[in-house]
Structures are given as structure tokens and as C-alpha cells.
Design a protein around this ligand. Structure first.
Ligand code: GLN
Length: 287
């Protein structure tokens, strides 16, 4: 039997994924094959006529079957790029999203503008650690980070990522509920809490349903965690401290109202590149 080449398997797999309603069939086929062949994706093209070993075909087939059942590519290859950094991901953590880069970029700009040279920052519901690790790694100032999560399994992934990105010594990971485990006060609070309304969980894409519900379910209106974080933040922020929250579609105004209720000032809603209100930012001055 003639051996299958890179091109053959990519074409076949793309068709197979199309039949299974996968959104990005060619891209997914390429990422998974690159993983099996231990090549950069771009290199597949120069190896188009390379025949595959039987063992490679078998390994690829297994990944394709899992993908066709709705397992996200990031879980299959156990990694996801975020802020141009590579993060380890497992089904214990939410896969970092491109829109969350907006929260990180906004926070980085803000950090650059602040006149303090050293800052302490906490990420509530850190998951893979993508937010706090990117901030500590990419900020123009010396940051001390704290990453909190209620899931010990998630924190294990976050810790591995901190090592991988060489910021282990600068971030402390704590298990617990929202801001409760935080002992001292901080200059900045960031969070991408679970914000999907419970009633919408059942209609999520199959891929999203493969992610931890704990990281998605935000209660009846998707706002439960925001109330709690904002309330707790008043006791944890230093004078003049700032909070930045990623929000879901049509949640920004309501969250801005909650911040106002708790006496936060300079409340600002920031849109992402698609024009969606994505980040709410505010400052807190203790009386
Ligand atoms: N952005 C994620 C999604 O819509 C939700 C993450 C979250 O709840 N914070 O799939």
C-alpha cells in the first residue's frame, strides 16, 4: 500500500473535520499534525510530500477522533498561546482567550502610567495563570503577583506555567475563594471571573462545554462573582488602588453600577478590538 503523505492526511482530515462541523477544519488538522510530527505548523508546507510512518498515522488518528468529538485543540496539544507566550493547559483550566489579551494590555498600559515603581497585583480566579504571568513577565515595572483559585488542580497548572515563563519567584499562588486568601493589601486587582449566565450553559458550543464549568458559570445573570469580588476589593485595595475586570457581552454597564454603589471612582468601560465592551476599570480611595 502506498504511504500517505503530509498533504494526503491534511486534505482527508480537513474534509473529515468539515463533516463534523468543526469551525476551523484546516487549521485544526495542521496544528494536530504538527504536534504529532514535532514540527512547527509552518514547516508542514515544506514537508508536504513527506510520507508518514504508520505510528504517526495512528497517533494522528487518535487525536482526530478526539477532536471530532468536540475536545478543543488546546487540550489535545496541552498548550495555548496567549500574549505571544506559550501556556500549558489541561481540562482543569479555562483555555485563555484572545479577548482576555485586552484585559492584560489595558492593565499593562495602566501600570506604565502609574508613578510607583513597585506594585503588588492579584489575579482572582487565575486558572492557567495566563493573566498574572503575562502581566508580571511583560510589565515595564517590578511586579509582585498573587494568583488565587478555588481549584487546586488549576493552581498546579498555573505553577507549571510560572516556571515555564521564569516568573516563579515573583508570583505566589493561593488556593481559596476569590479574594479571601489574600492577607495584605494590593495596588491592583484583575480578574476574568466566570460570567456566563447559568441558563446559557446548556447551549454553549461543545468545545466550551469541555472546559471547567466552575470557570464559566457566573450564576443567574452571570454577575455573581463580580458582586463578591467588588465587595471584597474594598477591604483589599490600597488607597488609590485599581480594579480591572473582564466582562461578558452586555454586562459592563451593570458592573459599572455595582462599582459606583461601592464608592469606586473613575469608572471606565473599555471596548475590545471588535467594539465589544470588554473591560471595566475603576479606582478606589479609602475615606
Ligand atoms: N470568554 C469565555 C467564553 O465566552 C467565558 C469566560 C468566563 O466566563 N470568564 O467562552
Amino acid at each position: 500500500m502506498e504511504q500517505l503523505t503530509v498533504k494526503d492526511v491534511l486534505d482527508k482530515t480537513t474534509d473529515f473535520f468539515k463533516e463534523h462541523g468543526i469551525d476551523t477544519p484546516r487549521l485544526d488538522a495542521e496544528i494536530l499534525l504538527a504536534e504529532v510530527l514535532e514540527l512547527e505548523r509552518i514547516k508542514l508546507y515544506v514537508n508536504f510530500d513527506q510520507p508518514l510512518e504508520n505510528s504517526e498515522v495512528d497517533q494522528y488518528r487518535e487525536l482526530i477522533v478526539s477532536r471530532s468529538k468536540g475536545i478543543p485543540v488546546a487540550y489535545l496539544v496541552q498548550k495555548q498561546e496567549f500574549m505571544s507566550l506559550e501556556f500549558k493547559v489541561t481540562p482543569d483550566v479555562l483555555i485563555p482567550r484572545p479577548e482576555t489579551e485586552h484585559l492584560v494590555e489595558t492593565t499593562l498600559e495602566l501600570i506604565a502610567e502609574l508613578d510607583r515603581t513597585e506594585l503588588k497585583i492579584v489575579d482572582v480566579g487565575t486558572g492557567s495563570g495566563a493573566i498574572i504571568i503575562s502581566l508580571v513577565k511583560l510589565a515595564s515595572k517590578e511586579l509582585t503577583g498573587v494568583g488565587i483559585d478555588i481549584s487546586e488542580q488549576a493552581l498546579k497548572v498555573a505553577q507549571k506555567n510560572a516556571i515555564k515563563q521564569q516568573v516563579k519567584g515573583k508570583i505566589e499562588f493561593k488556593v481559596g475563594d476569590l479574594l479571601e486568601p489574600l492577607n495584605d493589601s494590593v495596588d491592583l486587582i484583575v480578574s476574568n471571573p466566570p460570567y456566563i449566565p447559568t441558563g446559557q450553559l446548556a447551549s454553549l458550543q461543545q468545545e466550551v462545554k469541555a472546559e471547567p464549568m466552575l470557570a464559566l458559570d457566573g450564576g443567574a445573570e452571570g454577575l455573581d462573582y463580580y458582586y463578591q469580588i467588588i465587595k471584597q476589593a474594598t477591604a483589599k485595595l490600597r488607597a488609590g488602588g485599581l480594579i480591572l475586570l473582564e466582562v461578558g457581552i452586555n454586562q459592563a454597564r451593570k458592573i459599572a453600577d455595582v462599582l459606583a454603589e461601592f464608592n469606586f471612582k473613575e469608572i471606565e468601560i473599555i471596548e475590545d478590538y471588535s467594539g465589544i465592551e470588554r473591560v471595566v476599570k475603576a479606582s478606589y480611595d479609602k475615606e
